[in-house]
Structures are given as structure tokens and as C-alpha cells.
Ligand binder design. Sequence first.
Ligand code: GNR
Ligand code: NI
Length: 167
Amino acid sequence: MSLLPILRYPDSRLKTMASPVVNIDEKIKRLVKDMAETMYEAPGIGLAATQVNVHKQVIVIDVSEARDQLLVLINPELVECDGSQIGEEGCLSVPGIYDKVERAEHVVVRYLDLDGVTRTIDAHGLLAVCLQHEMDHLKGKVFVDHLSILKQTRIKAKLAKQARITA
Ligand code: GNR
Ligand code: NI
């Protein structure tokens, strides 16, 4: 097991469109284990492969209080969405920045599990938000892209300043 480095916004590699997984082989299984370890250690409630610079359609999520309900989604597809909710979002690739984003309240997502079995998740609330946030990553989108250009500019300036301080 190993912790993976997480790309930081506005790294252009976060804009990469992820490709579908063709074979759930040992390499993918290792990636999933390392992503889960990285998510739990961060700590975060989700992580998309894009964030660790692997441009394959792989997501790990755990929104449980006890941190014992790991979800692994391969090749996720949105099959239904309705309603709306506005919640404060953060992102491991945009550290220290939180802002409100409007999302669907309810989503149905079809995906493959680690055994290659097709499954569906019917999600509301935070899990629905997290699924949309992670599926955005696989399309090269981060939550900041949902904010105004003015906010995007301010966030880039704040992160650049933070990077200078920590350097
Ligand atoms: O840990 C995370 N928390 C979070 C809170 C509100 C909405 C979305 C998220 S996902 C984020 C982890 C992350 O960056 N996943 O891509
Ligand atoms: Ni994120």
C-alpha cells in the first residue's frame, strides 16, 4: 500500500478526461487500494483517479461516519438525476477552499464494482453530491469551475500565495 501524491488546482492535468477501464486487472486493484488509503489518510470522503494523475474512470468514496463503507466505482455513468441542493464543497485538490455549489439532490449511477459486476447506486444528499463531484473530476472538472470567474481568480491567487509560503 502507498499514499499517492494529489494534484493541486490549477494543475492542467486536472483537466484531463479519464478513459474507461477495459480490464479490472492487478494494476487497477492496486490503484484502488492506494486511492482508498490516500483518501482515508487525507482525510476525504471521495477521491477520483484524475486527482492522483491516473486518467482512468476510477472513484473511491466513503461518506460513512465510521469510515467503514468504502465504495469503489469503475466506469460510472449517470443514468438519472433530479431535484437540486446547495451545499458547501471542498476538494483535496483545492486545499483550504470551501464554497457553495448547486447539485442534483438525487442521482442514479451505474458502474462496475471491483469484480466487474454492474451495479447501480440510488443516492440522495451528501452521497449524491460526492458522486457528482467525483464524476466531474473524471471529466476534467473541479468544483471551482462551477463558481464565478471572479471567485476562480481569487482562489488561484490564494493557492499561489499559500504555495509560496510553504515552499
Ligand atoms: O473530502 C471531500 N469532501 C467533500 C465535501 C463536500 C463536497 C465534496 C467533497 S469531495 C472531497 C474529496 C475530494 O476532493 N474528492 O474529489
Ligand atoms: Ni475533489
